[in-house]
Unconditional design. Structure first.
Length: 323
């Protein structure tokens, strides 16, 4: 659980009247295990969600989370060599605080804005004796978690959505793999016996739809990631030829290099431009020798991490996104 998912969980705990403590990486220098924005949350039952990077800094952060949950003051600590050993030599400034009902309005507003596609920034003033979250201005395209003086600013954006067309063996393995790395996963299949919620418990939505008319059941946008792995080549061709018009952030299709040549011919015959054809990632996944459905799911998930990371870098630099 990462990103906005942890904020949602914090909000749910606070609204239920249960105490929550968090450790957040506010800034780093040198080589650090996790960058600014990494969050670890302590729940009332003693369980932790998320991570600030593991090792000695995390163990000490966990101890301090227990302290603030029991009533001790919030604090910032710089974890570096000589204080809490970090073998890589970098340092992390980590803020540890207990959240309260005073944080609810900011969390609600930030999550609501992010879900509406207008990300904002959570702001925590660490010079205050009791740091409380507030909502700042709308987060710019190049915003990253950062310290400005004593204030920590963190953009809140919704989890990237991945629409998977096809719920076969690989689709079933891929859904939990993507959900585990903070993708909001939607599954679309045209088979009633496949498009069942119980088959994909980690998916946010499971849709029974016609592959020849996907717009009747789901809308794909330019911020989406799309994976096509239906039960047949013809259905793959139908889906890709429709999805490509939406110019999603990423479009991948399962198949061989020979299938790519066939798909290129089909798309071209349907009037798809050369640039749009080239944008389709086929064969999908990183070339790690994957064979089984679980292995293929790992290779695709790894590819999705690579693409998402590259998009974040290109967005921060003001460059166009890439596949």
């Amino acid at each position: 659980m990462e990103g906005i998912s942890l904020l949602r969980r914090e909000l749910a705990e606070l609204e239920a009247g249960r105490p929550v403590a968090e450790a957040v990486v506010l800034s780093t220098s040198g080589s650090a295990a996790r960058a600014a924005g990494a969050r670890m949350v302590l729940l009332e039952d003693g369980s932790f969600l998320g991570t600030v990077g593991g090792g000695s800094p995390e163990l000490e952060s966990q101890r301090l989370c227990h302290d603030v949950l029991s009533g001790k003051p919030a604090l910032r600590m710089n974890f570096k060599r000589g204080v809490v050993d970090i073998a890589c030599g970098g340092s992390q400034l980590i803020g540890i605080r207990r959240l309260s009902s005073r944080d609810i309005p900011a969390l609600e507003a930030a999550i609501e804005s992010a879900d509406a596609g207008t990300p904002v920034e959570l702001v925590v003033d660490w010079s205050a004796s009791v740091p409380v979250a507030a909502v700042g201005g709308s987060a710019g395209a190049d915003s990253t978690p950062r310290m400005e003086g004593d204030c920590y600013l963190e953009p809140v954006v919704c989890a990237p959505r991945c629409v998977i067309f096809g719920g076969g063996h690989v689709g079933r393995a891929l859904v939990p793999a993507l959900a585990a790395i903070d993708f909001d996963v939607v599954v679309v299949d045209d088979r009633p016996e496949v498009a069942r919620v119980e088959n994909f418990p980690a998916a946010s939505s499971v849709i029974l739809g016609d592959f020849k008319d996907i717009s009747a059941s789901v809308t794909v946008g330019d911020r989406d990631y799309v994976v096509v792995m239906t039960h047949g080549h013809a259905a793959d061709e139908d889906v890709v030829s429709q999805v490509v018009e939406a110019h999603p952030l990423y479009l991948g299709c399962m198949g061989s290099r020979n299938k790519r040549r066939v798909l290129e011919d089909v798309l071209t015959s349907r009037g798809v431009s050369a640039d749009e054809v080239a944008a389709v990632d086929l064969p999908i996944g990183l070339p790690i020798g994957a064979v089984t459905p679980a292995e293929i799911a790992v290779s695709i998930a790894a590819k999705m991490i690579e693409v998402r990371s590259g998009h974040r870098v290109s967005r921060a630099m003001g460059c166009p996104s890439y596949l």
